[in-house]
Design a protein around this ligand. Structure first.
Ligand code: HEC
Length: 407
């Protein structure tokens, strides 16, 4: 009897163990699946890390919102993530420079997922094939205070580089602060600057330039033509530009804005800005810009470094920095020199003129009167047979830094 009772029990235990093993084998297979599927791993990953820019009407050339989008671009996706071209994030702060907000670099596990899906036959998987919006990719401003666009349409020449200035009227009836903005119809926008025209005599000059030029706005390559207060610069890197919490750029009632756009082979114009404003901020911000004395870069030289600096005259907080060079730039470093030594602020070891963001720090950095803010721009002119001068056109070079500061 004893034996009879025992035997079925042993059998039951064995069965449970066997099914248990099958279950964990299935879980193990899913975890190590060499071919991730679109619906299971890829759609959420593209939504969170790519679709903020790669969406219909977004800043990137093609949307990555559906299974068809992803499949059609699979080879390009694999190559872009394996080479770390995408998502674009040129700074490398290492241990000696402060951490930056919104680091976009993909963890290696995600690079492997995308590349094995793209190179493994792009399986679809089951379930919905729409990429859903990811939490860290705010696509647009939900709370737009005012949309500004040039009053007259302007269509850039598709085969050319065009620098065009426009007056914009936010029609403010009270002073406010710019806390975030998004650029609409931004395809082909290489970069965009915005100023506030606080001085009415400068506004009259801008209106004259506008009236004298046919079509909306006026050409403004070398010189925007007037003096105005710089508010911001944007490149196709940010779906939405948000200033750090508690800060904003002041805008004054009744004053107009001026926008300069560099269109590079743009297929359409109509670029506009969605502005998010606040009535109050704890820290009104200012943009400090530095640039070097005129310089000449020798040809056929792998490394030439140019430096620009300024000595601050006030105490304040530094929230963000941006470096600016053109295509010969190879490396940029922005630093602060205090009484007790030099500290790195931003390091871009492999410069790419396409990605010129204002990078904000995770925590603002104190600046004291007498500290030096400086940029070191390094160029590689091995491809050049003649000297390169500093200047605004694409065949010239520049070396500038912008600092987002509050005093
Ligand atoms: C911050 C905006 C932004 C994000 C985020 C972004 N891209 Fe892009 N992407 C762009 C822009 C802009 C271009 C066009 C670049 C150019 O003109 O050279 C581009 C180009 C590409 C290209 C074609 C050119 C190339 O270099 O191969 C691919 C493929 C691509 N992106 C894939 C991705 C993938 C995959 C992700 C997410 C893992 C991603 N991108 C995230 C903005 C972005």
């Amino acid at each position: 009897m004893k034996q009879r009772k025992k035997l079925p029990m042993i059998g039951a235990v064995r069965r449970i163990t066997w099914f248990g093993r099958l279950g964990s084998l299935a879980a193990w297979l899913v975890a190590c699946d060499p071919n991730p599927t679109y619906t299971r791993e890829i759609a959420p990953l593209l939504a969170e890390r790519c679709a903020g820019c790669h969406r219909t009407g977004g800043v990137a050339p093609m949307p990555l919102e559906t299974f068809e989008d992803a499949r059609a671009n699979a080879a390009a996706i694999a190559s872009a993530v394996e080479s770390h071209r995408m998502p674009p994030w040129p700074p490398d702060q290492g241990d000696s420079c402060p951490p930056l907000e919104g680091d976009r670099r993909l963890p290696e596990d995600d690079v492997s997922l995308l590349s094995s899906w793209a190179r493994g036959g792009t399986p679809r998987g089951n379930g919905s094939a729409e990429a859903t919006e990811g939490p860290s990719s705010p696509r647009w401003i939900d709370d737009v205070s005012v949309t500004v666009a040039p009053p007259e349409p302007y269509n850039p020449e598709p085969s050319a580089d065009t620098y065009r200035c426009f007056l914009l009227d936010p029609a403010l009836d009270h002073d406010a602060y710019l806390v975030a903005y998004a650029v609409g119809k931004a395809q082909g926008v290489h970069h965009l600057h915005v100023w506030s025209v606080d001085d009415d005599s400068q506004l009259a000059k801008a209106e004259e330039l506008d009236a004298a030029s046919p079509g909306g706005g006026w050409d403004c390559l070398d010189d925007v033509g007037i003096q105005a207060r710089h508010l911001t610069v944007w490149g196709p890197t940010d779906p939405v530009r948000r200033h750090p919490d508690g800060t904003g750029m002041p805008l004054y009632a009744g004053k107009k804005l001026m926008m300069q756009i560099h269109y590079h082979h743009a297929r359409e114009g109509g670029t506009y800005l969605d502005l998010q404003l606040a009535d109050e901020v704890a820290h009104p911000a200012d943009i400090l810009t530095i640039g070097p004395a005129p310089f000449i870069l020798p040809p056929r030289t792998p490394e030439t470094t140019v430096q620009a600096l300024t000595v601050t005259t006030k105490d304040g907080l530094l929230w963000g920095v941006r470096a600016h060079m053109h295509d010969l730039g190879s490396r940029a470093k922005i630093s602060i020199v205090r009484k007790d030594g030099e500290a790195c602020l931003l390091s871009i070891p492999d410069w790419d003129a396409k990605w010129q963001l204002m990078y904000f720090f995770e925590a603002p950095i104190p600046v004291a009167s007498g500290d030096t803010l400086q940029i070191d721009c390094t160029y590689d002119t091995t491809s050049k047979t003649e000297e390169t001068l500093n200047g605004p056109t694409a065949s010239d070079e520049m070396c500038n830094a912008n600092f987002y500061v509050t005093w």
